[in-house]
Design a protein around this ligand. Structure first.
Ligand SMILES: [Zn+2]
Length: 78
């Protein structure tokens, strides 16, 4: 596949060198790294994880749903 070569060309020409700050400790780590060498935190960039792509309201909605369910059960006690 020629796509691999194209990918590495872009990689080399990129000034940022695909370095990102660790979300846990802020140390600069390569995008390829699965784990931060400074603090050992496992990195999940972008939409790799099922939860990382969720907006905050999605989580709030879930929590509210559970809270509403509990409230309904409590209010229903005979
Ligand atoms: Zn770190």
């Amino acid at each position: 596949m020629a796509n691999d070569n194209d990918y590495y060309d872009d990689y080399d020409e990129d000034d940022s060198n695909d370095v990102r700050p660790c979300p846990a400790c802020g140390a600069e780590i390569y995008e390829d790294s699965l784990r931060c060498p400074a603090c050992g935190n496992y990195i999940t960039f972008g939409s790799l994880g099922p939860w990382s792509g969720r907006p905050l309201w999605w989580i709030v909605l879930g929590v509210l749903g559970v809270a509403a369910l509990i409230a309904a059960l409590l209010a229903w006690t005979p």
